[in-house]
Design a protein around this ligand. Structure first.
Ligand SMILES: Nc1ncnc2c1ncn2[C@@H]1O[C@H](COP(=O)(O)OP(=O)(O)OP(=O)(O)O)[C@@H](O)[C@H]1O
Length: 185
């Protein structure tokens, strides 16, 4: 008959009195050295250590991290993964976010505008009037414009009144801004 005692018990007494007898874990039997035919225990038992002569009766939790069948090492193809884990598996860094920014800007501002057509150096301005880009004294400027008096000055140059000599707008009064080359650097 078992019963609990107040005095300290020896291991044998305690095992028999308060708990069912336990079996001590026995290390797996390993063949004696030199027998030759036996395979090492660490090759057949995944929890056996190749570095130590003994093995634990139950596998270590760390065993799952390193075994070939571990889901940490070879996850199943259908296993759910987090986005961060997917990024880590990419062979190259993720593409630049500039592409997404460009797409967002295109959605907001619409498609890129076509370039303004230029014909003979004239560009259609907001009012529909041609803006003469053929400026410069070296490209027939004197043949095209009849320069008048200076009407004002700015930081970069001065402005003169002029009249168009040729073309459909012949006789129109325009203002010609003259910028010295020294200011155009
Ligand atoms: N179309 C025009 N008709 C009459 N006067 C003009 C015209 N354009 C310019 N002016 C006169 O010429 C002056 C200088 O004009 P400009 O365009 O060079 O000024 P600004 O832009 O201040 O100069 P900057 O760009 O060199 O600093 C103006 O203050 C104005 O009095």
């Amino acid at each position: 008959m078992g019963g609990c005692h107040a005095k300290p018990l020896t291991h044998e007494e305690a095992d028999g009195a308060c708990s069912p007898p336990r079996e001590r874990p026995q290390p797996p039997a390993t063949p004696p050295r030199g027998s030759g035919a036996a395979t090492p225990a660490w090759k057949t038992k995944p929890w056996a250590s190749p570095f130590f002569g003994f093995s634990t009766p139950s596998p270590s939790p760390a065993h799952h991290l390193f075994s070939a069948s571990s889901p940490r090492r070879s996850p199943a193809p259908s296993a759910p993964t987090t986005p961060a884990r997917r990024l880590l598996r990419l062979p190259f860094p993720p593409p630049s976010p500039a592409k997404h920014i460009r797409q967002a800007l295109a959605r907001r501002h619409g498609p890129p505008r076509p370039p303004i057509p230029e014909e003979g150096g004239d560009v259609e301005g907001e009012g529909g009037r041609g803006l003469d880009k053929g400026f410069g004294f070296n490209k027939g400027f004197a043949a095209k414009y009849d320069m008048g008096d200076e009407v004002g000055r700015g930081h970069f140059g001065y402005t003169c009144a002029a009249k168009i000599k040729k073309g459909a707008r012949k006789g129109d009064a325009v203002a010609v801004k003259v910028i010295p080359k020294a200011k155009v650097v």
